[in-house]
Design a binder for this molecule. Structure first.
Ligand code: AMP
Length: 216
């Protein structure tokens, strides 16, 4: 099964993907996480992507599709896949279809997580993530037991530099202008799009998510 988690930054896609994978296994492919790792390791891709990420702009499609092809080549070809933060443009969606077709797979479901903008801004400003294992906390909604310390692995929690208010507003505009059209794309090209309100607790959203993909 191949699932796409669609929705604006801060809506909780990463948290929902991690929770589902903890219960059912599979591969959580977050292009944001892969790019941050490439930046930390100062790979060629990381060096090319860093400026776009700092500014809250999208990294060019060709770099993202190369990253996805490489990554898919390194995982079990039959694994259940949850794409998080990918695709973000129509060319990326078309590129993904081609890559999947080559291995006789296709997108099974696209889940659109929805929340109003003021909520997204609050969530992003409170978000803290573990630099080591990627677990996400929120100082307002799901604070760690010890301030700035990951409950899962004990590492220090960080506030992403692109979660500052100006870059957050820019990222939300980029989502509206370049990514939101994927909602129409997936509703018109196939009957796979499901909508889930993210305005509930993490566990309630997880239940709705599982129902949407038929894993409840
Ligand atoms: P995220 O962690 O998904 O919020 O992504 C952080 C940043 O990485 C974005 O603001 C973009 O600069 C870049 N990025 C992540 N995924 C993509 C993608 N599919 N296409 C283009 N840029 C991306």
């Amino acid at each position: 099964m191949v699932f796409i988690l669609l929705g604006p930054p801060g809506v909780g896609k990463g948290t929902q993907a991690s929770q589902l994978i903890d219960s059912f296994g599979g591969e959580h492919i977050s292009t944001g996480d892969l790019l941050r790792e490439a930046c930390r390791n100062q790979t060629g891709l990381g060096l090319k992507a860093q400026k776009y990420m700092n500014d809250g702009d999208l990294v060019p499609d060709s770099l993202i599709l190369d990253l996805i092809r490489d990554h898919l080549g390194s995982i079990d070809p039959k694994a259940k896949i949850l794409f998080d933060g990918f695709p973000r443009t129509i060319p990326q969606a078309d590129g993904l279809d081609d890559v999947l077709l080559n291995v006789s797979r296709r997108v099974d479901k696209v889940v659109l997580f929805e929340a109003p903008e003021h909520e997204l801004i609050k969530r992003l400003s409170g978000r803290r993530s573990c630099a080591n294992c990627g677990t996400i906390f929120n100082v307002y909604f799901s604070p760690p037991k010890i301030e700035d310390e990951c409950e899962r692995c004990g590492e220090v929690l960080v506030h992403r530099s692109d979660d500052n208010p100006d870059t957050v507003r820019h990222r939300l505009r980029v989502y509206q202008s370049q990514t939101a059209q994927l909602v129409e794309h997936y509703s018109s090209h196939s009957a796979v799009l499901k909508r889930v309100s993210a305005m509930h607790s993490v566990d309630e959203v997880q239940s709705a998510f599982r129902a949407a993909i038929g894993m409840d």
